[in-house]
Design a protein around this ligand. Structure first.
Ligand code: OOG
Ligand code: MG
Length: 255
């Protein structure tokens, strides 16, 4: 596939995200490398409009998420400053195609991480940990995609909310959590669902970005991936995640 075609696919996905209009799944046969290249190019368009890369989100790090979407490999997507929603703040629902929300854990990095590292090295690079909500929004019709489709679509990244930062030494191994949407408890789970321990997601993130010649940088945020299946997110809804030890984080949608 020529470079020009990858640019065209990147533009198609970027436009779909910008205009919140669903597109059909990609029919072009793509390798996973090409899918990440499309992701990188579509993000390049965002940077050209003034957005700034502030971190990485991991995807399919729990069985619940893999089962919900029928995908079995870990993936990553990129987070920009424009995707960050203030904790307790509100966000326009019109910005999304068919958003869903999922409970996550976020890491803040004090040091860069790159390549194959052990959990001790990952732990030592963490400046803070926080409960977090990710708003995912596939640009594909009916939220249906293949592995390469979703990677090209920045792994459904669309917005995220970070709660209060806690001591980086807080043991994240098995923290109970509850996700409430519209005043109803929708998901109960544990951070153990994320690869057994969310720290393994940070280890995997360092490896996955390194496979693409990239590095997790000091100051970056790394989202560990959904601990439960994602829940549909409607208009005028209040969403709250409460996590053992780490506290809570919330936001609301407006029409
Ligand atoms: C892809 C993104 C997966 C997660 O936390 O597993 C993800 C999707 O489910 O649309 O964000
Ligand atoms: Mg997620």
């Amino acid at each position: 596939m020529s470079a020009l075609d990858l640019d065209a696919l990147a533009a198609r996905l970027d436009d779909a995200a910008r205009n919140a209009v669903a597109i059909p799944q990609l029919t072009e046969p793509l390798t996973i490398e090409q899918a990440y290249e499309i992701q990188a190019r579509s993000l390049g368009r965002r940077y050209a409009r003034g957005e700034r890369l502030i971190g990485i989100k991991m995807g399919f790090t729990s069985r619940a998420k893999m089962a919900q979407m029928g995908v079995a490999d870990m993936i990553f997507g990129r987070l920009t400053d424009r995707m960050l929603v203030e904790a307790g703040g509100s966000i326009s629902h019109a910005r999304f195609v068919h958003p869903r929300v999922e409970p996550e854990v976020a890491f803040l990095l004090a040091r860069s991480l790159h390549g194959r590292i052990d959990p001790m090295t990952a732990q030592a690079a963490v400046a803070g940990v926080a409960p977090a909500l990710e708003i995912i929004d596939s640009r594909y019709k009916d939220f249906k995609f293949s592995m390469t489709d979703v990677v090209a679509d920045n792994s459904s990244s669309s917005a995220f909310v970070i709660g209060p930062w806690s001591d980086p030494r807080t043991n994240l191994g098995n923290l109970g959590l509850q996700l409430e949407v519209g005043g109803t408890s929708r998901q109960i789970g544990s951070t153990a669902a994320i690869l057994g321990h969310p720290l393994f997601s940070l280890v995997a993130a360092a490896r996955l970005v390194a496979e693409r010649g990239e590095t997790l940088r000091a100051g970056d945020i790394v989202m560990a991936g959904g601990a439960t299946a994602a829940e549909p997110l409607g208009r005028d809804q209040y969403v709250q995640l409460t996590m053992e030890k780490l506290g809570s984080v919330s936001f609301a949608t407006e029409a």
